[in-house]
Design a protein around this ligand. Structure first.
Ligand code: GLC
Length: 426
C-alpha cells in the first residue's frame, strides 16, 4: 500500500476528534451521587421525592439517592449516633431535628456552612435560625421546616355547643366535660408516652404557666411551683378530669393521637403542623377542623415548642459541593412553598408568611408566625439527650401514677444538676 501523507493526517485528525468527543461525552455524563438521609412519613417522602426529581432535571450531573429512616425522632437519632460516630462517608445530606444540632456540631459531625449563604439570604430566614443552627458562632444547618405545637379542634362540635375556642386550660377542660360524653369522643388528645414527644408537651404545659427547665444563664429551674401546677394538671387531665384517654402515658405519640382525632374520636388534639393537610384530605374531617394556639394557665401565655427540622452536611462527605446544591434547592422559597402546599410544613423563610396562595391553603399560618416570635426552644445543649431521658422518665412516672409531681420534679432537678456538672467537668 502506498503511503499517502494527506490521507494519514486526515485519518489522525478523525481519530483525535473521535477520541476527544468520546472523552467529553463520558465526562459530561459522569454523575456525582449525593446520599440524602431523611426520616419522615410516607406522604412526606413522596413529596420530597418529587422535589428531588426536579432537582435532578436542573442538575443533570448530580444523582440523589434517598436513605429513608423511620419517622420517630428517637429512632433516627440512634441511626445517626452509630453512623456519624463511625465517621461514615455514606451520607452527604441529613435532615436533622433541632435537638440533635448541638450534639452533632460539637462532635464535629457537621460541615460548616459559613460562606455558603450570603448575609441577605441568611436574613431571609426566621430569627430562630440564629439560635438553633449556629454553634459557637458557626452556621452548620439550614432550617427546612419550622414545626411548632398547635391546638387542633373540632370546629363543628364547638359550634354545635356554642363554645369558643379555649384560651385557658380551664376552658378546654370545661368544653371537654360538656361535649365528650354526648358526642362519644375523647376530650383532649396529646403525646404522653415516654419519648421525646412527651418532653415537647411538658415544655408547652409548663411554659404556659411561666415555668421552664433551664434558664438563660444555664441554671436548672425545673423544681418550681409553676411546674408543679402544670405537671399536676397533665396528670389530672387523665386521672382527675378524665378528659384524656388512660393510655395517654403508654400509647399516645404524634401518629396514634392523630389517628384517633382523624377518625372522629377526639374533640381537641395537640400536634404539629403536618396534621392540617392530612385532615383536609380526609372527607371525614374536611371543613370540621380549626387550629389555634395552645391554651394557657391564668397567669401565663400560650407556649409552643419549636420542632424545626434542618438540613446539614456530613463533615466526612466527599461531595460537599453537590450536597450544598441540594440543600440550596430544597430550602429555596420555591421548594418550601411546595412543601407547605402539599404537606403543611411551616416555611422557614419570612416572605412565605405573606404569600396569599399559601395563606389561603394554610389559614393558620399567621398563628404559626405569631407563635414563632416567642417559641420555646428545647435546651440547645450537646448533652440534650441525657436531659431528655431524665425528663421523659420522670414525667411519665407521674402520668402513670408511679410517683407524685412533687417527687418527680425534685428528682429531675437533682439528676439534671448531676448531668450538668458531669458534662461541664469534661
Ligand atoms: C416532631 C418535631 C421534633 C420533635 C419530635 C418529637 O417531629 O418536629 O422536633 O423532636 O416531633 O416527637
Amino acid at each position: 500500500m502506498k503511503f499517502n501523507p494527506k490521507k494519514t493526517i486526515l485519518l489522525s485528525v478523525y481519530i483525535i476528534v473521535g477520541l476527544w468527543t468520546t472523552y467529553t461525552f463520558f465526562k459530561a455524563s459522569k454523575t456525582d451521587e449525593v446520599v440524602f438521609s431523611i426520616g419522615a412519613g410516607t406522604k412526606e417522602i413522596s413529596i420530597v421525592k418529587s422535589l428531588i426529581e426536579e432537582f435532578e432535571v436542573r442538575n443533570p450531573a448530580i444523582k440523589v439517592k434517598l436513605n429513608v429512616l423511620p419517622a420517630p425522632t428517637d429512632q433516627q437519632h440512634h441511626f445517626y449516633l452509630t453512623t456519624l460516630g463511625a465517621k461514615t462517608r455514606e451520607i452527604d445530606v441529613m435532615r436533622i431535628d433541632t435537638i440533635w444540632f448541638a450534639e452533632f456540631a460539637s462532635a464535629g459531625w457537621l460541615a460548616s456552612l459559613e460562606g455558603c449563604v450570603n448575609p441577605e439570604d441568611r436574613a431571609s430566614f426566621i430569627p430562630v435560625t440564629e439560635k438553633t443552627d449556629v454553634f459557637r458562632g458557626h452556621l452548620y444547618a439550614i432550617p427546612w421546616d419550622a414545626n411548632i405545637g398547635l391546638l387542633y379542634y373540632r370546629k363543628d362540635l364547638l359550634e354545635k355547643y356554642n363554645l369558643d375556642t379555649p384560651h385557658t386550660w380551664n376552658d378546654l377542660v370545661k368544653a371537654c366535660l360538656k361535649i365528650s360524653s354526648p358526642e362519644h369522643v375523647y376530650g383532649y388528645l396529646w403525646q404522653g408516652k415516654q419519648y421525646e414527644g412527651l418532653v415537647c408537651n411538658f415544655i408547652e404545659f409548663i411554659g404556659s404557666n411561666d415555668g421552664g427547665i433551664i434558664d438563660d444563664t444555664g441554671r436548672i429551674i425545673v423544681n418550681s411551683e409553676q411546674n408543679k401546677v402544670a405537671l399536676g394538671f397533665m396528670h389530672d387531665l387523665i386521672w382527675e378530669y378524665r378528659v384524656s384517654p388512660q393510655n395517654t402515658h403508654s400509647e399516645l405519640m404524634e401518629e396514634s393521637s392523630r389517628h384517633l382525632f382523624q377518625q372522629g374520636k377526639g374533640l381537641f388534639l395537640r400536634n404539629w403542623t403536618y396534621v392540617w393537610e392530612l385532615c383536609q384530605e380526609d372527607p371525614l374531617m374536611k371543613g370540621k377542623v380549626g387550629v389555634s394556639l395552645l391554651p394557657k394557665f391564668p397567669d401565663g401565655n400560650p407556649a409552643s415548642v419549636y420542632g424545626g427540622w434542618h438540613l446539614a452536611i456530613n463533615a466526612c462527605s466527599k461531595n460537599k459541593k453537590q450536597a450544598w446544591r441540594l440543600i440550596e434547592f430544597l430550602t429555596s422559597p420555591e421548594a418550601q412553598k411546595e412543601l407547605a402546599m402539599h404537606l403543611s410544613w411551616a416555611p422557614t423563610r419570612h416572605a412565605l408568611y405573606n404569600d396569599p396562595e399559601l395563606i389561603q391553603k394554610l389559614p393558620f399560618l399567621p398563628i404559626v408566625e405569631l407563635a414563632l416570635k416567642d417559641v420555646q426552644i428545647r435546651p440547645n445543649l450537646p448533652y440534650y439527650q441525657w436531659v431528655s431521658d431524665i425528663l421523659q422518665k420522670h414525667i411519665n412516672k407521674v402520668l402513670s401514677n408511679q410517683t407524685s409531681s412533687d417527687v418527680a420534679l425534685r428528682t429531675m432537678n437533682a439528676k439534671l444538676e448531676g448531668v450538668k456538672s458531669e458534662f461541664s467537668e469534661n
